[in-house]
Design a protein around this ligand. Structure first.
Ligand code: SF4
Length: 114
């Protein structure tokens, strides 16, 4: 699994499968936050994401939710997110929902693609 900026998630998401699709934070300017200070913002390549989804499928771990990793995974373009959701559906059919952190403007802007 690739976790270049660690795993950050709310306590109630502890039982999820974790999948990095971005690392770092595209904003990285909040004075109070030290989470991603040392991690540059990067979009994970699709090949790497697919590798990790396959690894999760082979893990034998019982989860029905994926919590996307990176401070703002929803900054990726809709086409990317749909491709990732398709991958999850193909390899992890038990997954019922997908979540992750997001800034409100991520959902509006969504300009990054790979
Ligand atoms: S947007 Fe979130 S992760 Fe990014 S610097 Fe601000 S609080 Fe930290």
């Amino acid at each position: 699994m690739h976790f270049s900026s660690g795993i950050n998630r709310p306590p109630y998401e502890a039982a999820d499968g974790f999948l990095q699709i971005t690392s770092g934070c595209s904003h990285a300017s909040c004075e109070f936050c030290t989470f991603y200070k040392d991690s540059p913002f990067i979009l994970s390549p699709m090949e790497e994401i697919e590798e990790d989804v396959k690894e999760l499928a082979q893990s034998g771990w019982n989860f029905d939710r994926i919590y996307l990793q990176g401070a703002d995974p929803f900054i990726r373009k809709t086409e990317d997110l749909l491709q990732i959701a398709d991958m999850i559906y193909r390899y992890l059919p038990q997954v019922k929902s997908i979540g992750g952190y997001a800034r409100v403007d991520n959902l509006k802007i969504r300009r990054y693609s790979r």
